[in-house]
Structures are given as C-alpha cells and as structure tokens.
Design a protein around this ligand. Structure first.
Ligand code: B12
Length: 226
C-alpha cells in the first residue's frame, strides 16, 4: 500500500480508536510526506468520524467514546488545518455560519467552515445552539452574502425553516445554504433555502452553483421589467 494510503488509514483508525496522540502523529506524518491536508482531513479524519457514527448508531459506541473520537479528530485537524493552502487572498465575500438552536453537533459544521475559509470567504462562526435572532442580527451586522446553517438532528432541523423565513423578510438578498445529516435537497427546497450540499467536500462547488443561479434569476427579473 503506497505510503500516503497508510497515513490516511492511520488517521482514520486513530479517530475510530479515539487515540489522540496517534492522530497527532499521523497528521504530522501526513505533512512530512506531502499529503494534501484537505485530502487527509476528508479521507482520514472525516471518514473515521463517519465510522464512529455507524458504531454509535449500532450501540457499539456511546456518548463518551464519541466525544473522545471527536477530540482525536480535532487534535488532527488542529495540525492539518493551518497547512491548507488558501485559494486566494482576495475575499470572495462574507458568510455567517452556525449550528441551529438546540443542536450542539459541530464537527460537520467546522469542516464546512474550513472549506469556506480556505476558499477565500470571510467567515463569522456563531458556534452551536445559535438562537434565530443571533443569526438574523449577525448577517445584517456583517452584511453577509451567505448564511450557512447546520443541523444534525431531525428535531433541530425544523429551526432552519423559521430562520430562512425570518432572514428573507429582513434581507432577501442574503443567500442561504443548509446541510447536515438529516437534511436533503428536497428538504432544502421545501424550507426555501437557496442551496444544499451533502458534505464539506461538495459545499464550495454547490455554493458557486447557488450564486450563479441567483445571478441568473436577477438577470431574468431585470429583463422581465425592461
Ligand atoms: C458526534 C455525535 C455526537 C456528539 C457531538 C460532538 C461534536 N463536537 O459535534 C455528542 C456526543 C455531543 C452528541 C450528542 C447528542 N447526539 Co449525536 N451524534 C454524533 C454522531 C455519532 C456523529 C456526527 C458527526 O460528527 N459525524 C461526522 C461528521 C463529519 O459528519 P456530519 O456531521 O454528517 O457532517 C457532514 C455532512 O452532514 C455535511 N454537513 C454538516 N453540516 C453541514 C452544514 C452545511 C451548510 C452543509 C452544506 C453541509 C453540512 O458536511 C459534513 C462534513 O462533510 C451522529 C451519528 C451519525 N450517524 O451521524 C449522532 C447523532 C447526530 N446524534 C444524535 C442524538 C439523538 C444525540 C443526542 C440527543 C444524544 C443524547 N441522548 O444525548 C445528543 C444531542 C446533543 C444536542 N443537543 O445536539 C442522533 C440524531 C437523531 C435525529 N433526531 O436525527 C444521531 C443521528 C445518532 C442516532 N442515530 O441516534 N452527538
């Protein structure tokens, strides 16, 4: 097995076995072997946490193991993140991101945040369990181009619908991208979101498509009135 595959496998295993030191060692090894940090994060750390998700769902892991795995993932991310190459220094725009009220899951949200940051967006992270008002106020205050919402539970996901209609009434020009394990493309359409992506790996591509769609709609609207 080529060296970098061993390293990716070691990153994944360290998250699954919630071995923080092993995760740090594998992350440092990834850097010294020239493995692309983004590739290591998504194929090592994220895949490891997805496996932990399955072990949790099958009652082989419980909250303590899951939290220790999350700690190992974050230890690896802390080493790899600073080495991700910023696409450009010119800001692509401003986003506000957060996990909705009642939801403290942040691993997925933080991986999505890393992608926006690396791709050149100015990121305002409101953290987890964020009340609607805070999303509304912040996106107005920083004149956000995009509001990015994360929810990991079917229960908390319903908050997104309320946030979208509130933000629409205040600042219709702010685009809204949503995601998280229970969220689907159909749900995003139902809630009136402008965009959806299934993972951190696809969020930037889907965001650029969302912006292109909204620009096209603006042109169509303009053409219809002239
Ligand atoms: C880790 C975890 C926890 C950890 C969170 C640690 C942390 N720092 O985040 C802890 C232990 C705290 C926890 C607590 C609970 N959890 Co929990 N948790 C999980 C677990 C095992 C893994 C989630 C995870 O991080 N996956 C790895 C990441 C990388 O993947 P991801 O989150 O899906 O994110 C990716 C995509 O979804 C997407 N994405 C995510 N957000 C966004 C946002 C945007 C805009 C976009 C575009 C994309 C996007 O991109 C991400 C990266 O590619 C899942 C099981 C599962 N199968 O998902 C249960 C799960 C989400 N939890 C669940 C539950 C019920 C709970 C608890 C209520 C349990 C309890 N009784 O206490 C509490 C609730 C806490 C709260 N109020 O939020 C349920 C939710 C069921 C439901 N209703 O939908 C799940 C599905 C487990 C289960 N099958 O029952 N949990």
């Amino acid at each position: 097995m080529p060296a970098h595959e061993n390293i990716i496998a070691a990153l994944k295993k360290a998250v699954i076995d919630f071995k923080m030191d092993d995760c740090k060692d594998a992350a440092l090894k990834a850097l010294s072997h020239g493995v692309d940090p983004a590739f290591a994060i998504m194929n090592g750390l994220e895949e490891g946490m997805k496996r932990v998700g399955v072990l949790y769902d099958t009652n082989e892991y419980f909250v303590p193991e899951v939290l220790m795995s999350a700690d190992a993932l974050y230890a690896g991310l802390k080493i790899l993140r600073p080495h991700m190459k910023k696409e450009s220094d010119v800001s692509k725009g401003t986003i506000v991101i957060g996990s909705v009220r009642g939801d403290v899951h942040d691993i997925g949200k933080n991986l999505v945040k890393v992608m926006f940051d690396t791709a050149g967006w100015q990121v305002h992270d409101l953290g987890v369990d964020v009340p609607i008002e805070k999303f509304v106020e912040k996106q107005i205050k920083v004149n956000a181009d995009i509001l990015v919402l994360s929810a990991m539970m079917t229960t908390t996901m319903m908050e997104m619908k309320k946030i979208i209609s509130k933000v629409r009434s205040k600042r219709p020009e702010c685009l809204i991208m949503i995601g998280g394990a229970p969220v689907t493309c159909d749900i995003a359409a139902l809630f009136g979101a402008d965009g959806f992506a299934a993972s951190a790996g696809t969020v930037i591509t889907e965001t650029l498509k969302m912006i292109a769609r909204s620009n096209k709609n603006k042109i169509l609207k303009y053409e219809s009135v002239i």
